[in-house]
Design a binder for this molecule. Sequence first.
Ligand code: NAD
Length: 251
Amino acid sequence: MLMDGKKLLITGVLMDSSIAFHVARLAQEQGAEVVLTSFGRTFRITQTIARRLPKPAPVIELDVTDTEHLATLADRVGEHTDHLDGVLHSIGFAPRGAFNFMEAPWEDVSTAVHVSAYSLKALAAACLPRMSEGGSVVGLTFDAQYAWPMYDWMGVAKAAFEATNRYLARDLGPRGIRANLVSAGPIATTAAKSIPEFEQFARWGEHAPLGWDVKDPVPAAQACVALLSDWFPATTGEIVHVDGGYHATGF
Ligand SMILES: NC(=O)c1ccc[n+]([C@@H]2O[C@H](COP(=O)([O-])OP(=O)(O)OC[C@H]3O[C@@H](n4cnc5c(N)ncnc54)[C@H](O)[C@@H]3O)[C@@H](O)[C@H]2O)c1
């Protein structure tokens, strides 16, 4: 029971393929209580998918670009739990135009950066009133050291996301709050399918020393749960690769 008694806010449960769904499932299996977030027209889908979790989990509204949602988040979380031990940021979005590096207009780039990078700070700040005893903030990145085929401005947003994590670690450390990321290999989720030519990543496993299954979100979810637990007490500003070891090869 790695997460016994832990109270978590988990964003990003869209389908049961979502990495966040498996974080919520594993965390509940390990003893945590979970509150989910969703927004707009996906809200009812999240409520339906939440019924597939081992235990009931309330769903509250959160569009990370909505200042009103952010300003009221701590109070609305407070209707379900008095405090939070951990927060999962499992959010990414870029308009279609952002996946063309040389042609993308600033409007599309700014949306990608707002939803996929700045939102890590916005979410953490909104949760601070419920984290007075410290805790763990965990997010998901796709290795931003490289210029990937077709990832384009989403890759730039992920680079900003990774930098945001380091600054969060700097500013939240004195409050006893850790900030870490899991850098996952490609996983066939709804967000991934919106990336043009995502299928190119199907060969990832041929070059990852441990192999890689694009249909398996569980290894990335397990790492998120570990980082949300008490078992990384002196780790912050870190990026843990869960990619079958691909990042370590020279291919
Ligand atoms: N799938 C992959 O290959 C992969 C690899 C590495 C990292 N990641 C990252 O994992 C995270 C989760 O993505 P996923 O692959 O599970 O896909 P997913 O489509 O299941 O989840 C993405 C979530 O982002 C949410 N979202 C989008 N815009 C939002 C907004 N304005 N406010 C609040 N929520 C919003 C969606 O509702 C959805 O629940 C993302 O940050 C993604 O970049 C994914």
